[in-house]
Write a protein that binds this ligand. Structure first.
Ligand SMILES: Nc1ncnc2c1ncn2[C@@H]1O[C@H](COP(=O)(O)OP(=O)(O)O)[C@@H](O)[C@H]1O
Ligand SMILES: [Mg+2]
Length: 469
């Protein structure tokens, strides 16, 4: 922000002489000043009343409490008049420190960046532990002094038992670094989780040497977010995964600052060499499996839906072939493919629970995910009697365990307002695994072989029923 400075060098304020402007943020000018005990950084807030001034008062109050903690840019002195004027402004002094980007230099190595952010994260973890959150984490608010990495600018701090200051739905925090919940509900959002999000953006910006972060979740499958798109450093893969969790849209899915600090510290620790010849293939397989489970729920569902659809639409094509053969031999059959249990004109759960013992277990019913698909054949002798039909087909029903799928074959006869399950058989297999196609093939065979006898059983029931009328 390049506004004209409000103060001039040489001006005297509260026993200090302003020397040069060190920087300015959204709310304040910070000057190098000479005071009774040497050089200091003097923060002069632009606002003199209302909420922005109240915020500065809070910043000073909180910094007084926190300023002695290691890793926090220390508090030296302050002046907070009830009604500040141009001649008697409010101010805060602190030691002069070097802004983080300057301290890192133009092209820092990943090791240097990670160890700086590890230190910052430890400090964040220690303030989070006492219920305080910073809510303005970004490179511009981080410093180095005496070989220590420090957090500064507590202008948006949130602490226990302090009232929110911003009225209404004003979004609060660092643009580009801001967690989504701080846009939607800054007063109720968990400041610690928002810090973790902003910290993730900070880490990414520094590792990729970019001016600003990209908005949103750092998904591993999006090239633009991946660190390896910007850097050839060999050890970035484990950081990608950490960044993905830190920037989750749902704050509950983000790790704590404490855990991140551990991971980053471990990452920067010197690595031992792996014994050559060790067989790591089992580890790789297990790790891959674990990563798959860690995909976000949305991705998991989309993935599952895609696989279920691929499986069942293939089956539907085979059912179509069968239906053509049946029609050729005079049987009025149509093939279908649809969601859940197909296009039923009765409530699926209702008749399944009544008629298909096995299928009726709650494990199958009640909580079927929307990705369930069914396909098969419907035999209907008269178009004006849609409730007189035989349904025979397969349903693919993903289970709670995202990798497991239940493939259920069933045949249901409808007549005279009633219905009865003639066949019910199920296979539980790993979605996308080798057993999946085999199960479908087995059930298809079974479906074809029992089609004539089921059709006959259904015709008998129809006949009996009409005989009774
Ligand atoms: N102690 C300090 N030492 C050196 N520069 C500082 C110091 N404090 C602030 N600055 C500079 O002033 C800028 C604004 O300070 P900051 O406290 O972040 O104000 P704001 O609340 O307006 O964002 C910083 O980005 C930095 O460049
Ligand atoms: Mg600032």
């Amino acid at each position: 922000m390049s506004r004209k400075p409000q103060r001039r060098s040489g001006e005297e304020i509260g026993g200090h002489v302003l020397v040069e402007l060190l920087g300015s943020g959204g709310n304040a000018e910070v000057w190098r000043a000479r005071g009774p005990s040497g050089g200091v950084a003097m923060k002069l807030v632009r606002a003199r009343r209302g909420e922005p001034y109240a915020r500065f008062q809070r910043e000073v109050e909180q910094l007084r409490l926190l300023g002695d903690m290691p890793g926090i840019l220390p508090y030296l002195d302050s002046h907070l008049p009830d009604e500040p004027t141009a001649k008697d402004p409010a101010w805060l002094t602190m030691p002069i420190a070097q802004p983080l980007r300057d301290a890192l230099g133009p092209d820092p190595t990943a090791e240097v960046v990670v160890s700086a952010i590890a230190a910052i994260t430890k400090t964040l973890a220690s303030i989070h532990a006492i219920g305080v959150s910073h809510r303005d984490v970004k490179p511009d608010n981080l410093y180095m002094s005496d070989e220590r990495w420090l957090i500064g600018d507590f202008g948006l701090v949130d602490a226990p038992n302090v009232e929110p200051l911003t009225e209404g739905a004003v979004n609060l925090g660092p643009r580009h670094y801001l967690a989504p919940e701080m846009i939607l509900s800054p007063h109720t959002a968990d400041g610690a989780a928002a810090d973790v999000y902003s910290l993730g953006k900070t880490l990414w910006v520094l590792l990729t040497n970019q001016a600003f972060p990209l908005p949103g979740e750092h998904r591993l499958d999006v090239e633009l977010f991946r660190l390896t798109t910007y850097s050839t450093h060999k050890g970035l893969a484990s950081l990608e995964r950490l960044l993905e969790t830190m920037t989750r849209t749902d704050p509950r899915g983000r790790p704590s600052a404490e855990r991140i600090a551990d991971e980053l510290t471990q990452w920067s620790a010197p690595r031992r060499t792996v014994a050559t010849g060790a067989d790591l293939s089992d580890f790789v397989r297990r790790a891959q499996e674990a990563v798959r489970y860690q995909l976000t729920e949305d991705e998991r569902q989309a993935n599952r839906k895609h696989r279920v659809e691929a499986l069942m639409s293939k089956f539907a094509k085979e059912a179509e072939v069968v239906s053509r053969q049946c029609r050729a031999s005079g049987l009025p059959v149509t093939a279908f493919y649809g969601g859940k249990y197909g296009d039923f004109d009765v409530d699926a759960s209702d008749y399944l629970s009544e008629n298909l013992g096995v299928l009726a277990t709650t494990q199958v019913m009640g909580e079927d995910p929307p990705e369930s698909r069914s396909a098969g054949l419907i035999i209907q002798v008269h178009e004006k009697a849609p409730m007189l039909k035989l349904w025979i087909g397969l349903a693919a029903i993903p289970r709670l365990d995202p990798e497991v799928i239940l493939i259920a074959g069933s045949s249901i006869a409808y007549w005279g307002g009633r219905h009865r399950g003639l066949w019910s058989e199920q296979r539980r297999t790993v979605l996308g695994g080798p057993g999946e196609r085999a199960s479908v093939a087995d059930l298809l065979d079974e479906m074809i072989s029992r089609l004539p006898s089921d059709a006959e059983a259904w015709a008998n029931a129809l006949e009996e029923d009409s005989g009774r009328r």
